[in-house]
Write a protein of this length. Structure first.
Length: 308
């Protein structure tokens, strides 16, 4: 018999983990709280709380959101990154984080945490480029370009969702109203809704969504062809989670402590597979002779395990 697991317990366990997915949600939440606290403080002390020509844009939002105008971007280039963690509307934040949580969990069933972080960041940048390109190319946006800004994690979140939908298109999820739906059909519906919604309002947001979705799709297509576009996170600390490479010994070892949890086992397996992929990429670039003794030993061990 299978033991019943309370969904709330699973969520609590997830948020106690050291996954980059958790930290992405925390960063988005932290920025949301900071924006609203700043608004409260400015209101209480009657501090001017807007910048630029749009009085409806708060000071912090102005400096973190992505402008459509190329001249403004040149003055605030960091907004290509900061906008993807910025929310003002709480409902917008909740919807993005719900999709990020469930889409990210599915993503991590098949792909590594480094790939998740790469898809989030690069998907957000792709959404930004689509948004900037559209507002500077299509005549319809000419009159509003100077006051237009983009904010929110939607492009990054959709990049993750479309990446995993491309990787495992027949993965079935259960939606509250629609029941069992394959990821590929959910992705198709999202694209159609965004395209058809462009002239109805929030055109920049829908265009950015399409940019993120396109990047998620392209990332997996290139990955399946052998091109891994993930960041080389060799020495970056992400909270308590370390991406720094560790030396590994390859003799047989026996664990005497507590058994590994499913998350710990899957993490170690993905980490090892990621290392194998890097070794294979190195062989493709420089040949087998370029490998170190450690890399040859790991490759030999992996080959024997697959053949056993």
């Amino acid at each position: 018999m299978f033991a019943y697991q309370n969904p709330l317990d699973n969520i609590k366990k997830f948020f106690k983990s050291k996954s980059p997915l958790v930290y992405l949600i925390y960063i988005n939440l932290g920025v949301l709280i900071l924006v609203h606290l700043t608004n409260v403080v400015c209101w209480l002390f009657e501090i001017k709380n807007h910048a630029g020509t749009n009085a409806n844009v708060s000071l912090l939002t102005y400096y973190l959101s992505l402008p459509a105008d190329l001249g403004q971007i040149s003055l605030r280039p960091w907004t290509l990154l900061t906008y993807m963690f910025l929310h003002e509307n709480i409902l917008h934040f909740l919807l993005n984080m719900i999709v990020l949580y469930f889409g990210g969990r599915i993503f991590l069933e098949y792909l590594t945490e480094r790939k998740l972080l790469s898809v989030y960041i690069l998907g957000g940048i792709a959404g930004a480029l689509f948004y900037i390109g559209a507002f500077n190319f299509f005549p319809v946006f000419k009159g509003s370009i100077s006051d237009s800004i983009a904010l929110g994690a939607s492009a990054s979140v959709l990049a993750i969702l479309f990446a995993i939908a491309t990787y495992v298109p027949n993965y079935i999820i259960v939606l509250f109203i629609f029941g069992r739906v394959k990821l590929k059909y959910l992705a198709l519906i999202i694209v159609l809704v965004d395209i058809l919604s462009i002239p109805l309002g929030n055109a920049g947001g829908h265009i950015a969504h399409l940019g993120g979705a396109f990047w998620g799709f392209l990332y997996i297509i290139l990955l399946k062809q052998g091109s891994n576009l993930s960041f080389r996170l060799k020495n970056i600390n992400f909270g308590h989670l370390k991406f720094k490479k560790r030396k590994t010994t390859y003799e047989n070892t026996y664990q005497t402590g507590r058994p590994l949890t499913d998350e710990e086992y899957n993490y170690r397996r993905k980490e090892k597979q990621e290392r194998i992929d890097e070794i294979l990429e190195k062989i493709a670039r420089s040949g087998y002779s370029s490998l170190t003794k450690e890399e040859k030993a790991l490759l030999f061990q992996s080959s024997n395990k697959n053949n056993s």
